[in-house]
Design a protein around this ligand. Structure first.
Ligand SMILES: [Cu+2]
Length: 122
């Protein structure tokens, strides 16, 4: 359940506040998630936007992969050791541990000719 889901529902504000608090408590119980910097990568016309994402070395990161195409894609990276399907018009979250400086390529396995990107860690 996301905060977005909650706010969309029609709930009395007091109940809403209690639920928000519950969500906050839940995330506070997961310090690894809270401390991770979050980045969005869009898939559109079978390409990643941005194609290169710059992040800081030695920190956890959370990548939100948003597929704006109607067709599914598979986010894949040998260097990041990740492989995850993103349904059409859908999104996934990729959690990354602290990384060493370097270049970590990723690609969309279903549209490899165009869906190429990389994480620049420095
Ligand atoms: Cu694959």
């Amino acid at each position: 359940m996301t905060i977005k889901t909650i706010s969309r529902a029609i709930i009395p504000s007091s109940k809403k506040a209690a639920m928000m608090l519950a969500v906050l408590c839940f995330t506070a119980a997961l310090p690894g998630l809270v401390s991770a910097a979050q980045y969005e990568i869009i898939i559109e016309n079978h390409r990643f936007v941005p194609q290169q994402l710059e992040v800081t070395a030695g920190e956890k990161h959370r990548l939100i992969i948003i597929n704006k195409d109607a067709t599914p894609e598979e986010f894949e990276s040998y260097e990041l050791n990740r492989e995850k399907i993103v349904a059409g018009n859908s999104k996934i979250i990729i959690f990354l541990p602290p990384l060493d400086a370097g270049i970590y390529p990723f690609f969309g396995e279903f549209n490899e000719a165009t869906a190429q990107g990389r994480l620049l860690v420095k």
